[in-house]
Write a protein that binds this ligand. Structure first.
Ligand code: UD2
Ligand code: MN
Length: 451
């Protein structure tokens, strides 16, 4: 039987479903799409299940956008007196909510028939479930409503950018036997979900130091799973959303920087040692300040949340752990001095410089294939000659770039020639290749983590 029939045949125990407060934050949203969103909420939901719609106007240029809408039944408008970003705006809305269940929506959605009941039912049965509809597509060009596949869930790669991914064959099989069953998802898209209000509060709402847009969906996903809850997509519930190609609003701080800051905060709080895979994937993120995270670490501790390793093993075993390529990322040290690019780029030499422990020019990866890498550049032996200056070249995996570490002492020896990386040259030549000798301290390198 096609799946929408199966969904339609479901009966809802209306008397026992809790009412919800719908929270929509917006900044300079088109009035037409905002109106489409709220009208669909009111028209496509059983009246008694919508306690109120809270619109948080995140300091849009024109305060009238919200004022007009506040004339509609059940709508309350809260206007920020400065731009707060979607995280702090949503928390404001949540704090003002009167119902026991919160429903978050973006400001350019269309809720479909019976969208709300299956979501509320799941949360009423178990308040530690955080549930999402299938997100259909509203065409950016024609505003037409287009159904999306329900064989998808949310995931990410080590760059920590959200992506949709197909369910495995086994999961699809089981889903097609009962198309109404919930789909467990490692990550939520972020905009459209239902959560018990007490649970939202207990779990720490959102990270209030995240700005504008991005990263909060990653953070709440890790938090829910690691702290004992679960995330689900409910295929009988469908809501359309306008997916846009770019942000139709200004991005104070610059979109790249803000996204990296928010993502770093999530990684630093929740990912334990696995955060290094993120930094290896997005090296520039290491230079973005991310502020104080002590409050969030305290929260994690108080809630006694599980380690990220548990999440990887139990929630997202499909995410491949890149052990095979990188064996170490961090500093290469001699006492208080660290191997440093000295700001040089292609064909430049490297030297020792006082360690500053902030990564940057002192960040090196040793790969299992023998490369010593800084971003795309690898330490290269330009020719076989004792005393030759080591330079950085684009990593091409050639023999001149292969080294291995020999113990004891931590010498870094070329894979073919009997020369080692040596800091004895104090002139402008920087690190040179010298005959290997475990007696020379200038050839002994310690590997340490820079953060
Ligand atoms: C997705 C989510 C979005 C959010 C984001 C990551 C869906 C469908 N959308 O991106 O909800 O989780 O990933 O952060 O899952 N807004 C403000 N103040 C701002 C910026 C945005 O109120 O400073 C509002 C905006 O008007 C919109 C909502 O926040 O209603 C989400 O922003 P978006 O639609 O640009 O995000 P989207 O859909 O690209
Ligand atoms: Mn959106």
């Amino acid at each position: 039987m096609p799946f929408f029939f199966r969904c339609r045949r479901k009966k809802w125990d209306y008397a026992n479903l809790p009412a919800t407060s719908v929270i929509i934050t917006f900044h300079n949203e088109a009035r037409s799409t905002l109106l489409r969103t709220v009208v669909s909420v009111l028209n496509r939901s059983p009246e008694h299940l919508i306690k109120e719609i809270i619109l948080v106007d995140d300091f849009s240029d024109n305060p009238r956008d919200g004022e007009e809408l506040s004339k509609i039944q059940k709508i309350r408008v809260i206007r920020n007196d400065k731009r707060e970003g979607l995280m702090r705006s949503r928390v404001k809305g949540a704090d003002a909510a009167k119902a026991s269940v919160l429903t978050f929506l973006d400001s350019h959605c269309e809720c479909n028939v019976n969208w709300l009941e299956p979501l509320l039912e799941r949360v009423a049965l178990d308040p530690t479930r955080v549930v999402c509809p299938v997100i259909d597509v509203i065409s950016m060009d024609t505003f037409q409503y287009i159904g999306a596949s329900a064989d998808l869930r949310g995931g990410f790669d080590w760059n920590l950018v959200f992506k949709w991914e197909y369910l495995s064959y086994a999961e699809r099989e089981s889903r097609h036997r009962d198309p109404t069953q919930a789909i467990r998802t490692p990550m939520i898209a972020g905009g459209l979900f239902v959560i018990d209000k007490k649970y939202f509060d207990k779990l720490g709402k959102y990270d209030m130091q995240m700005d504008v847009w991005g990263g909060e969906n990653l953070e709440i996903s890790f938090r829910v799973w690691q702290c004992g809850g679960s995330l689900e997509i409910i295929p009988c519930s469908r809501v359309g959303h306008v997916f846009r190609k770019r942000h139709p609003y200004t991005f104070p701080g610059g979109s790249g920087n803000v996204f990296a800051k928010n993502t770093r905060r999530a990684a630093e709080v929740w990912m334990d040692e696995y955060k290094h895979f993120y930094y290896a994937s997005v090296p520039l993120a290491k230079n973005i300040p991310y502020g104080d995270i002590s409050e969030r670490l305290k929260l994690r501790n108080e809630l006694q949340c599980k380690p990220f390793k548990w999440y990887l093993q139990n929630v997202y075993p499909e995410l491949a752990i890149p052990h095979s390529t990188t064996s170490h990322t961090g500093e290469l040290r001699q006492g208080i001095f660290c191997l440093d690019t000295m700001g040089h780029l292609l064909d430049g030499y490297v030297a020792l410089y006082q360690c500053h422990h902030t990564g940057g020019n002192q960040e090196w990866s040793l790969t299992s294939t023998g490369l010593i890498k800084h971003h795309d550049l690898c330490l290269t032996l330009p020719n076989y000659m004792k005393g030759v200056q080591i330079v950085m070249r684009i990593c091409d995996g050639s023999e001149s770039q292969k080294w291995h570490r020999i113990e004891p002492g931590g010498l870094l020896r070329h894979s073919k020639y009997p020369v080692c990386l040596d800091s004895r040259s104090t002139d402008i030549r920087g690190i040179t290749a010298e005959r290997c000798s475990s007696a020379s301290d200038s050839q002994k390198w310690q590997l340490t983590n820079s953060s």
